[in-house]
Design a protein. Structure first.
Length: 404
């Protein structure tokens, strides 16, 4: 048997009567010792990241010669975090501004779920950045706990959940789980949704996925995967009565498109904003690869940007290998989810944000955990490679040098 196969194999099929038996409500929320261990690990990695951010504002100031460190939360006030802050504070079209106006920041490219929650939390937490960090902190805890539970359902080895959480929390782009970005919030909906779908709790899975589609377009990829899992799990007429729930996740993107059309006359304004601001115009996959390769190795970019393009290529290779392995193991729903993500990211002018997207590919972390549990040397190799890369990416983001 292949080393990776346990990490990509579904849980044992139970008899229909047992599978349909409702899980006691108290058991759904009870914290096991393994769950508490995962949360302690999560807290320790958050403390480690905050320490890194504290030193970064002293050792790597934005300008040379300054005699005071940047504000405490300044390391987290970069890039997309500012876009979400501006949307939450001012709305999508403040004072009549919009596409075509001078200095427009293409903010409609970002789905409204995170800014809406950020504005709500801001009513309790006065500082916008602190409010965003609180959202990511709580959401990240939910996400890593759900990931560990999924891993324990897939892997028979003891400690599978903890091992998966370690590899995930020390992954190269883990800093984005703590920043005011959408990755942690999306996973806080997506992973429990997948866990619910594994247990054939389709209504709950659909509701959670619906929240996910309000946060990121990736929620539609998750909805497709859960829809396929629903079809593959079909057994009885009672099962098919839940089919309507699979359509629910389409509502937030449809409502957002309607809102944007009402203000801009463009049903796909969010997609066109991505094209204007981030070169996400459609190109065949081979052209996107070639353009990214040129940026990485063609000497057309500064060293910082060239390194980022190299990371994009590496993440794309990992994603393609993951899809191939999932297909080989006939893990069709997970393969659809990752493949749709790769298609969306791999058909732009050049690759953008593929390394960050690896955080959303939970089969990757479960598969790596399975490999490390059966080949202990792999854990050592992974940690020796991941530790410096993770630290480098964290410092790059925290000092405002991300994307070159």
């Amino acid at each position: 048997m292949s080393t990776l196969s346990p990490g990509l194999r579904p849980p044992p099929v139970r008899p229909a009567a047992v599978a349909a038996a409702p899980e006691p409500r108290a058991a759904r929320f009870r914290m096991s010792p393994a769950d508490r261990g995962v949360l302690w690990l999560y807290l320790l990695t958050r403390i480690s990241l905050w320490i890194t951010a504290h030193f970064a504002r002293w050792l790597f100031p934005a300008q040379s010669g300054v005699r005071e460190a940047a504000p405490v939360l300044a390391p987290f006030q970069h890039w997309d975090a500012n876009h979400y802050l501006h949307i939450a504070r001012d709305g999508y079209f403040p004072a009549g501004a919009g596409p075509g106006t001078s200095g427009w920041d293409n903010r409609e490219a970002f789905f409204p779920g995170y800014p809406f929650l950020l504005r709500a939390v801001h009513t309790v937490v006065p500082d916008w950045t602190a409010a965003g960090l609180l959202i990511s902190f709580v959401a990240g805890a939910v996400a890593v706990l759900a990931l560990a539970r999924i891993a324990r359902a897939y892997l028979p080895e003891k400690g599978a959940g903890h091992r998966t959480a370690v590899l995930f929390l020390l992954s190269p782009c883990a800093v984005f789980l703590a920043a005011g970005y959408t990755e942690a919030l999306f996973l806080a909906f997506a992973l429990p949704a997948w866990l619910a779908a594994m247990k054939h709790r389709w209504a709950l899975a659909a509701v959670l996925t619906t929240f996910g589609t309000a946060v990121r377009v990736s929620g539609l990829f998750l909805a497709a995967a859960i829809g396929l899992l629903f079809l593959l799990s079909a057994r009885t007429g009672r099962h098919w009565r839940s089919a309507g729930w699979t359509l629910l996740p389409a509502l937030p993107p449809a409502a957002y498109s309607w809102y944007l059309h009402a203000h801009t006359g463009d049903w796909m304004a969010w997609k066109h904003a991505q094209e204007r601001g981030w070169y996400r115009t459609f190109h065949p996959p081979w052209e996107a690869w070639a353009n990214t390769w040129t940026g990485a190795f063609g000497g057309t970019q500064s060293t910082g940007y060239a390194f980022m393009f190299q990371a994009e290529l590496a993440a794309m290779v990992v994603g393609l290998a993951l899809v191939a392995l999932l297909v080989r193991r006939r893990r069709w729903p997970e393969a659809v989810y990752v493949a749709l993500s790769l298609w969306a990211l791999g058909t732009s002018y050049w690759y953008t944000s593929v390394p960050r997207a690896t955080l959303l590919w939970w089969p990757l972390w479960i598969g790596l955990a399975a490999l490390s549990l059966r080949r202990p040397w792999f854990r050592t190799v992974y940690l020796c490679v991941a530790a410096p890369v993770t630290t480098l990416v964290a410092l790059t983001f925290l000092t405002g040098r991300w994307a070159g």
